[in-house]
Design a protein around this ligand. Structure first.
Ligand code: C2E
Ligand code: MG
Ligand code: MG
Length: 379
C-alpha cells in the first residue's frame, strides 16, 4: 500500500489530497479542476503508473495490480462530500465490472439498485476463487418404501458480511454475465465428488444418486458432454449415479438442439430430469422425442394436493403422462403428510421436500445417511 501511495504522489499536484479509505481503496481529492477531461487525464495517469509492476524487496518477482477508478464532481458546500464519495464509489464499481484498469465518470443513472447489482457482480467474480460457494443437498425419497434414493445438489453463496444467499438471488445475474458456466462446473465437480464419497462410506446402502441443476447457458455450452465426461472421470463417480436437471422451459426453448444435446449426454450414461415440469409449455411430441428419465412435478402443483381439485387433476394427469412415456416422477416441495398420502395414492415414485428433509450441508446429510443405515442396516 505504501508503494502504491508513493506512486500516487508522483502523478498528482501538490494541492491534491490522497487518502486511503481502508482495504485497497484510495480516494483522491482534486481541488480546482476545470472540467471532466482534466479529471480523466489524472485517472489515466494514475492507471498508467500503477500498471507498471511493483518490485517489493531485492530479487522479487514483479507484482501487478489493476486499478478501477470512479470519478465524481461536487462543490465544497456542507453535506456534498458524502454524496461525492458515494457517487465516486458507484462509478468505481461500474469501472470494476468492466475488468482490468478502467475508469468511469459518475452519471445520475447509477442509482442504488445499480450499485447493488455491480457489487453483486464483482462479488460473484471473486466468489469461486475465494471459495464462498457451498453445495447443500436435499434427499429424494422413494414413496414405496421411504428409502433415500438420491440427493439434489443446491447451490448457496456464503457471501461475506451477508451470510447464506439462496440461488434465486444470484443465479440470474450469474447467467447474464456468463459466470454460471465456471460456477456450474464447480457445483458439478463438488457434487460428484461428495456423492462418490458417500457411496464409498455407506457401501451397504443403495448407492445414492446426485441430481445437478443445469442453467440455460450451461446447457447450451458447446463442450458440455465432454466437460461432464471429464468430471465423472476425475471424481470416479459412475455415470448412472448422475442425473442432470434441465427446466422444462430451457428444454423447449430450442427443442431441436435440445434433442442433440440430450443424446450426447445420454451416450455418457447419465440420466436426465425435466425440472419444474408444468410451468413451461411442453410440446408433447417433443417430450416424446427427448431422451429423458424423470419428470419433476413443480412445487406449485404439489402445494394444492388435498384441497385444490385443479392441482390434483393436473398432478394426476402428469403422473399418468409420465407413466405412458415410461418416465419416473419426482414430486417437488412436499411439506405435509396430506400431500404425501395423495402422491402415494396417485402412484408417484419419488418425492422431495421439507417434510422429509430441508436442503443441508454435506456434513448434516452424512449424519442422516448414517442414522438411516444404523436404523435398518440392510437397506
Ligand atoms: P429447483 O431445482 O426446482 O430446486 C427446488 C427448490 O425448492 C430448492 O430451492 C429447494 O430448496 C426448494 N424446496 C425443496 N423442498 C421444499 C419444500 O418442501 N418447500 C419449499 N417451499 N421449498 C422447497 P433453492 O435451493 O432455493 O433453489 C432454487 C432454484 O435455484 C432451483 O430450483 C434451481 O432451479 C436453481 N439452482 C439451485 N442450485 C443450482 C445450481 O447449482 N445451478 C443452477 N443452474 N441452478 C441452481
Ligand atoms: Mg432442480
Ligand atoms: Mg424444480
Amino acid at each position: 500500500m505504501l508503494a502504491v501511495s508513493e506512486r500516487f504522489s508522483a502523478c498528482l499536484r501538490p494541492a491534491d489530497t490522497v487518502a486511503r479509505l481502508g482495504g485497497d481503496e484510495f480516494t483522491v481529492l482534486l481541488e480546482d479542476v476545470s472540467d471532466s477531461i482534466e479529471a480523466e487525464r489524472v485517472a489515466e495517469r494514475i492507471t498508467a503508473v500503477l500498471d507498471e509492476p511493483f518490485y517489493l524487496g531485492a530479487g522479487s518477482q514483479g507484482l501487478f495490480v489493476t486499478t478501477s477508478i470512479g470519478i465524481a464532481f461536487g462543490g465544497a458546500t456542507e453535506g456534498q462530500s458524502e454524496s461525492v464519495l458515494r457517487n465516486a464509489d458507484l462509478a468505481m464499481y461500474k469501472a470494476k465490472s468492466k475488468g482490468k484498469s478502467h475508469y468511469e465518470v459518475f452519471e445520475s443513472g447509477m442509482d442504488s439498485r445499480a450499485l447493488e447489482r455491480l457489487e453483486m457482480e464483482n462479488g460473484l467474480r471473486q466468489a469461486l476463487q475465494r471459495e464462498e460457494f457451498r453445495v447443500y443437498y436435499q434427499p429424494s425419497v422413494s414413496l414405496s418404501d421411504g428409502g433415500i434414493v438420491g440427493m439434489e445438489a443446491l447451490l448457496r453463496w456464503d457471501r461475506p458480511e451477508r451470510g447464506i444467499v439462496p440461488p434465486a438471488e444470484f443465479i440470474p445475474l450469474a447467467e447474464e454475465t456468463g459466470l454460471i458456466v465456471p460456477i456450474g462446473q464447480w457445483v458439478l465437480r463438488e457434487a460428484c465428488c461428495q456423492t462418490r464419497e458417500w457411496q464409498e462410506r455407506f457401501p451397504g446402502a443403495p448407492s445414492p444418486t446426485v441430481s445437478v441443476n443445469l442453467s440455460a447457458k450451461q446447457f447450451r455450452q458447446p463442450g458440455l458432454a465432454g466437460d461432464v465426461a471429464q468430471i465423472l472421470r476425475e471424481t470416479g463417480l459412475g455415470a448412472h449415479s448422475l442425473i442432470l436437471e434441465i427446466t422444462e422451459s430451457v428444454m423447449m426453448d430450442d427443442a431441436q438442439s435440445t434433442v442433440a444435446t440430450l443424446r450426447s449426454l445420454k451416450l455418457l450414461g447419465v440420466r436426465i430430469a425435466v425440472d419444474d415440469f408444468g410451468t413451461g409449455y411442453s410440446s408433447l411430441s417433443y417430450l416424446k422425442r427427448f431422451p429423458v428419465d424423470f419428470l419433476k412435478i413443480d412445487r406449485s402443483f404439489v402445494d394444492g394436493l388435498g384441497h385444490d381439485t385443479e392441482d390434483q387433476g393436473l398432478v394426476a394427469a402428469t403422473i399418468g403422462l409420465a407413466h405412458t412415456l415410461g418416465l419416473e416422477t419426482v414430486a417437488e416441495g412436499v411439506e405435509t403428510e396430506g400431500q404425501l398420502a395423495y402422491l402415494r395414492k396417485l402412484d408417484c415414485g419419488l418425492a422431495q421436500g421439507h417434510y422429509f428433509q430441508r436442503p443441508a450441508p454435506a456434513g448434516e446429510i452424512s449424519e442422516v445417511l448414517q442414522a438411516r443405515l444404523s436404523a435398518c442396516p440392510d437397506r
